[in-house]
Design a protein around this ligand. Sequence first.
Ligand code: SF4
Length: 447
Amino acid sequence: MSEQKIVPIHAVDDWSDYSYQRFKVYTAKQLDQITQLEALSEETRFEMKVVASVLPFRVNEYVINELIQWDKVPNDPIYQLTFPQRGMLAPQHYDRVAEAMRTGMEKKELDALIKEIRNELNPHPAGQMEKNIPTVNGEPINGIQHKYRETALFFPSAGQVCHSYCTFCFRWAQFVGDKDLKIATKESGDLVGYLREHPEITDILITGGDPLVMKTRNLRAYIEPLLTEEFSHVRTIRIGSKAMTFWPQRFVTDADAQDLLDLFEEVQAAGKHLALMAHYNHWQELEPEIAREAIRRVRATGAQIRAQGPLLKHINDNADDWARMWQIQVELGIIPYYMFVERDTGARHYFEIPLVEAWEIYRDAMKQVSGIARTARGPSMSSDPGKVEIQGVTEVAGEQVMALRMIQGRDPDWVQRPFFAKYNPDATWLNHLEPAFGEERFFFEES
Ligand code: SF4
């Protein structure tokens, strides 16, 4: 056998294959500048404008040129993931805005109409605005959510945007410029102050939007203090991001890409775990060479990449796509982590899939992969009481039921508790389910 020299990835210093790419983004105002849309009908483009006036729209050139297969439009999954479609608004909402735009309604009136519609779309699901906001000395701290004992979410103000927006985004209210709907903080001072008082917190999830839209120096200002002895209780720093998909250049060719990778290494060197919670929706996102290069580079820092994303009609509602995505992820060194259920907000009616069907897709996908790729939990609902996983449909004492499990709970004692709901093939969220066996309420509901 010939001797093969294995070069560790961090020792490779010739990245010349990748030249700098300028980040160019299009928003609702620039829809007409996207040349690929010229092939679509006038009516379709008008529909896009109507929907984009209510739900956030933002897409960058890499997504347009490298990820979307335009010959498959409108069925291309990445097109559905990023471009507004008429069905994303309920007919009554669509008609009102379309009529207003056709008749040239005054801006002030139109803005009021749009605001009214947004408020009907459950902008902050799962009690985010009331129940998860912590306080210090009785004062609420914006920019932090603390729902589960060991994990705090941090929303740095500079990270409340994404490299592109997903049409199904459950945090869409963050992006529509309405201050009342925005969770953010300008200072890391609030975060360290809160962590000082809460030694039970072991995990910080820095999230957004996408915190990796920030320059590394800004991200560093939030992370570095957490590496000191004072915060030895913080063991894992998670970063929730879709940059791996929407802008892999962030890890490869951006001016501060190397500084970002160095920061990841520093977290590991401080004896903590850096977990990149990467949002993936489709295997197509893993195809471009630069997307794979980004994965290689992040892994070379010692950080771990865990993949998560929701199950969505029009984008990934079949088992084959999930099995293929999980398999590729494993081959690239990513850990499949979660299949989520689309949340009860925004354009949900367009994307939602009944829970029973979601479980069937999950199960059929699991059947196609080996144990190594069966690490994804799900389908899981991030609901008000906690993360609830659909474990399956079964029969107990002659009653057809859905078996569920609380993966993560508002009350730590709820974690891993199984429970049962009456079989309901139409339910798409926890609040559509009723307890099985004649029980009056689920164990987590107050009496
Ligand atoms: S990347 Fe996440 S936060 Fe950003 S638009 Fe998509 S779902 Fe929303």
